[in-house]
Design a protein around this ligand. Structure first.
Ligand code: ATP
Ligand code: MG
Length: 417
């Protein structure tokens, strides 16, 4: 037997309806917010991620699936959605269309990580990118959109943390302050954070190592260092969240892993799914499009891990509707009856009724067993006397009640059932 590669998963019928439900809900809520779908390639030139995610990040340093194709080009399977969207935005001239451009994607992502609960090598993200507006109201809209999506799914218990990491100017001042605070304890930081100290000191705030956390607990807060423009922007975002009734906590330790973030950053975090608790993370990235060779176009977005969302939904017991369940199973008792059953179920399917019949030449008892196994709501039995009279007995499986229905009326009857 050949196994699936480590860190990948097959999506089987017992689970796939849940994915469809999440994806359908995502599309529906996106539509109401005027957000259109974008699909970008599964792989990009490696440079897209080097520039768009940034060297010095975990993704680029350790996690990318990079290889040379047969033409000798360096290719990378997308580890996240934003860089590819920004590349497509520039390449297709979307900046010439009416701004802001509001996009969503549902895509698989690939990261070479140590697989564990909520962490796979192939996983899936639902994300949005709003490009072209620098206004605080679009930051708030991105967050309200995420909240609306979670509410629609009846997902509760997520904490929303927001922060501002300022712009290029104020971040520099803060990084100096942070470094002079950390200097005294540099030996106590984990090896990775010692490396981050020079390259990307903000990321030290985000480290999961307990010793590092203790040290950064009393670090200066970035909120005290951001410039007036960034501060006004942040206050506006908060006000709009307040007006929308979206609860949040300002958490100066939320910095996000990617280099291109500016100003607003946020995370939706769950306590219910273990160490990998961040279900959704996002923020403003005013430098990204330029980084990928475009004009200076501001943007904001988030990405949400669908596997983690499902873990959370199952841990808090959210029921996921399965509309693919069989409504009626038609059980023929002979060959002639099977022909009637065959055309009958296809006729019902055309009318939108989920209908099934025998494909295994089973006896009537075994057919009832099968109907029960597939969760059929009703079973209609066609025997020779029923056939002669042009009628079927329709049994409701939940309570065993039976009604006789003319075969010609069955579609009408089931549409009402
Ligand atoms: P983490 O802190 O877990 O490493 P991250 O900062 O690398 O997350 P992002 O790059 O912001 O994550 O990706 C957005 C979301 O995608 C995460 O919040 C998470 O829900 C999901 N995600 C990221 N990496 C994985 C993975 N390897 N397996 C499953 N889901 C993932
Ligand atoms: Mg990660």
């Amino acid at each position: 037997m050949i196994n699936a590669p480590k860190g990948t998963k097959d999506l089987l019928p017992a689970e796939s309806y849940k994915w469809q439900y999440i994806e359908n809900t995502a599309r529906e809520v996106a539509k109401n917010f005027g957000i259109s779908e974008i699909r970008t390639p599964t792989f990009e030139h490696t440079e897209v991620f080097l520039r768009g995610v940034g060297e010095g990040t975990d993704i680029v340093n350790k996690e990318m699936y990079t290889f040379l194709d047969k033409g000798g080009r360096s290719i990378t399977l997308k580890p996240e959605g934003t860089a590819g969207v920004a590349r497509a935005f520039v390449e297709n001239g979307l900046f010439n269309s009416a701004l802001p451009v509001k996009l969503f994607y549902i895509t698989q992502c690939f990261r070479y990580e140590r697989p564990q609960a909520g962490r796979l090598r192939e996983f899936h993200q639902f994300g949005i990118e709003f490009l072209g507006s620098k206004e605080a109201n679009i930051d708030a809209e991105a967050i309200v959109f995420a909240k609306t999506f979670f509410d629609k799914l009846k997902v509760t218990g997520l904490s929303l943390y927001i922060n501002s990491i300022g712009c290029k100017e104020c971040r520099g001042k803060y990084e100096d302050a942070l470094k002079s605070y950390l200097k005294a304890n540099i030996d106590k930081l984990c090896p990775l954070c010692r490396e981050r100290f020079d390259k990307n000191p903000l990321r030290i705030l985000d480290c999961k190592n307990e010793d590092c956390k203790k040290i950064t607990d009393n670090a200066p807060s970035i909120i005290d260092y951001i410039c007036e423009d960034c501060s006004t922007h942040f206050e506006k975002v908060k006000k709009l969240l307040d007006l929308s009734g979206v609860e949040y906590k300002v958490n100066p330790k939320i910095v996000r892993g990617l280099d291109y973030y500016t100003k607003t950053v946020f995370e939706f975090v769950s306590e219910n799914i273990g160490a990998q608790g961040t279900v959704c993370g996002g923020g403003r990235y005013d430098g990204l499009v330029e980084q990928l060779g475009g004009a200076s176009v501001p943007g904001i977005g988030f990405a949400l891990g669908i596997e983690r969302l499902l873990l959370l939904m199952s841990s808090i017991g959210v029921e996921i509707p399965n509309d693919g369940k069989v409504k009626i199973y038609v059980a023929p008792m002979g060959e002639k009856e099977a022909e009637v059953a065959f055309t009958l179920v296809n006729g019902m399917r055309v009318k939108g009724i989920v209908a099934e019949t025998d494909h295994m030449q089973r006896g009537i008892k075994a057919q009832f067993k099968y109907a029960d196994k597939i969760g059929a709501e009703y079973v209609a039995v066609i025997g020779s006397s029923e056939l002669a009279e042009g009628k079927v007995k329709v049994k409701k499986m939940a309570d065993g009640s039976e009604e006789t229905v003319a075969i010609t009326d069955l579609v009408e009857y089931m549409l009402k059932a």
